[in-house]
Design a protein around this ligand. Structure first.
Ligand code: GLU
Length: 307
């Protein structure tokens, strides 16, 4: 590990010149991202931080929020309820596919794609003392270790253009997977997607999952140990959407990408890895990030299937 910082700097140097891909534009505000930005961070289970590149640059979580809110819903409703509403099968479809509901049960295939994640957000309710949005903000503050905020411009930009997600939500309502609070649940989902983090924050979030649910610095348990495998297995089979198989085959670790360009990878029992670069491929994954994580995993022998 001593040479980790050096290796991360080399990765940034090696892949920064890669200019293929483009920032997501279906959420207009995301198209404004600076394509030169590139960062990588590693946080170990005992809280050591290694990083290189533009690590303090902030970006919105987008789908990288999904595993964490799923964890919150699991804690609140338990495994059986969650499984009765949202499946655990890879869909083999794009993140925003509309044909994402299982044939007979009409459950979304899994919580890592939009249909499943919108359902999961709808299950997060106000408590006596706290609004559902504040609960989600507190969750991400606990994961990152500091207060987080929402990028209001990204939120509004998604809300105003989300015809596809809106239609998915109505389909979920039609099949009684979610209740009548469709717009409120969509707003909550768009807001969780608009939470601002930097690459080191994202690595800390991944490291918390690697550490069995306890945040490496504060030691606060953010998701019970028994729920961590539920989250990681879904990240492994479904986190990379329609290239989840390719990722499993070549990297062999649970991961989740977001269309803003964030990518988090969990090395169970060891560390969390995060990258950020807004240039994404057609499946919605950060191109530089995928390359860098592959190299890192190979260099440090991190694939869980390699003995
Ligand atoms: N907020 C985005 C959406 O729902 C997230 C998609 C992603 O990051 O893959 O379309």
């Amino acid at each position: 590990m001593e040479n980790m910082n050096q290796f991360l700097s080399k990765l940034v140097e090696k892949y920064r010149p890669l200019s293929s891909g483009a920032p997501a534009s279906y959420i207009p505000e995301l198209a404004k991202a600076d394509p030169s930005q590139f960062a990588i961070a590693v946080v170990t289970c005992d809280g050591k931080v290694f990083q290189a590149g533009d690590v303090s640059h902030k970006f919105t979580l987008q789908s990288a929020s999904k595993p964490f809110v799923y964890g919150m819903a699991l804690e609140e409703h338990g495994r059986e309820f969650m499984r009765s509403r949202v499946g655990v099968e890879p869909s083999g479809e794009a993140f925003n596919s509309i044909v994402e509901l299982e044939k007979y049960t009409h459950r979304p295939y899994n919580p890592m794609i939009n249909s499943g994640a919108i359902a999961v957000s709808s299950f997060i309710k106000d408590t006596k003392n706290m609004k559902r949005l504040d609960r989600i903000l507190e969750l991400f503050s606990d994961y990152t270790g500091h207060a987080v905020t929402i990028d209001e411009d990204v939120f509004m930009s998604e809300k105003q253009t989300a015809h596809r997600n809106r239609s998915i939500a109505h389909l979920l309502r039609h099949f009684e997977i979610i209740g009548d609070d469709i717009e409120e649940s969509l707003d909550l989902y768009f807001k969780q997607c608009s939470v601002l983090v930097n690459t080191t924050d994202l690595a800390m979030m991944a490291a918390t999952l690697a550490n069995g649910g306890a945040q490496p610095n504060t030691k606060k348990v953010l998701v019970k140990k028994e729920h961590v495998p539920d989250i990681l297995s879904l990240m492994f089979t479904c986190g990379m959407y329609d290239s989840a198989g390719e990722w499993a085959y070549t990297v062999g670790l649970p991961a989740k990408s977001g269309v803003s360009g964030g990518l988090l990878t969990v090395v169970p029992g060891k560390m969390g890895i995060a990258t950020y670069s807004p240039l994404i491929d057609q499946q919605g994954h950060s191109i530089r990030g995928v390359h860098a994580v592959r190299d890192l995993v190979e260099q440090f022998n991190l694939n869980i299937f390699v003995n």
